[in-house]
Design a protein around this ligand. Sequence first.
Ligand code: SF4
Length: 467
Amino acid sequence: MSKTLTRQIDGPAAAPHPPERAAAHIITFGCQMNEADSEKMAGILQSEGYRLAPVPEEADVILINTCSIRAKAEQKVFSLAGRLKRLKKRRPGLLLVMAGCLAQRWGEALLEKDAGLDVVIGTGRMAQLPSLLRAVRETGRPAVDVQEEWAGNHSASPLREGRLKAWINITFGCDNYCAYCVVPFVRGREWSRGPDGIVGEAKALAREGYREITLLGQNVNSYGAGLEPRTCFPDLLRALDADSGIARIRFTTSHPKDFSVGLIETIRDLPSVCEAVHLPLQAGGDEVLRLMNRRYTYDDYRRTYEKIRETVPGVAVTTDIIVGFPGETAREYDRTLRALEDLRFDGIFSFRYSPREGTKAWNMDDDVPEAEKARRLMEVQELQREITVEKNRELIGRRVEVLVEGVSRKDASRLTGRTRSNKIVHFAGPDALVGELHGVRISEAGFVSLRGDPVRPGSGRESGGGR
Ligand code: SF4
């Protein structure tokens, strides 16, 4: 998945660095963490006098914020870099920056790829971006900074793409070392931001008119480890619910081994915390889960899952599934299919396993043939498609609260927004509702979205009932 920050912004008066009216274009691959990082880097560039260019052809700096989670994501980045190198030949002075997980993983070795890169910057070094660009302009030589040490926060505020919804990082890095995952190697050991800074950021967003925040971390459930005074993720949610003034709070990602009963009850009890949980299962068979180093069994997972469903009315639960992990026999794979039928998630993100160098699984025998991985992936997706449609249809006739985000891109006569359970809803209504929480009665449901009719203004939870 790639996404481009395309909003045009005005820069301050020209300065020697960057060149007068210089423009930057940012291309983002990967997860929400990367999207949040891109907004930070856009803010840093703006504070340095850059404006954002809507297309690469108009930019003086092109920054690719990369993902390394799958081989395919890396291939996409390298093919894009090749195209941009050709653009560079036509635009002398254009600087190419590679940031994010792939940059962190490859470091200086990226320069040997002959991709025309000028700056390679690691995931914790964003604050150094201006000085690296300056160094390149002054010396004409590429600059690399992929130190593991966190470079601190830049004083610039993120240049957020949306005006209603914002991401807030609460933890960085990961200590879990799942056998397939490069994140602990590219984002380092886990640490948590102090709660005061997080609540302060949320309050500032509420004052600016933001209605929804998503708390981000590789494993938000272990938030607070190592902080003094002691705190935990439910404490943070309580502080945000009480003090931030934000209408809706979401969070991602969770690790099933750390998803406590206390957290489940906190979701139930706090009005601003949305009933949407993303709880990656990855596989349904215990042997594969063990090989993946997930540190739970399927039964452990199911107990947590059922507790969430029982405790939080109207909750939607989504998950991640990897097929074709080393050692995934036909029998183990069948357990994943049975798990999907058994648990009936609202939605899944599914992937085929691809080996990543440096991970524990890199040394395992990648013994599921690619064609079989593709077949399994398709089967998983087809099964889940039916389940998702059925789950969505359960909402027909029900009244849901929608945060109205704008006019539908596909149908300009309709508004679009999301339920508290994070489902997309289209309905007819006046533009004045954009930014509001509004009630909608669901009349149609498909795989990707729901349709409905506006009813009286929204007031909180969907409750799974027909209110
Ligand atoms: S919890 Fe596992 S999958 Fe998630 S970031 Fe950490 S190591 Fe990767």
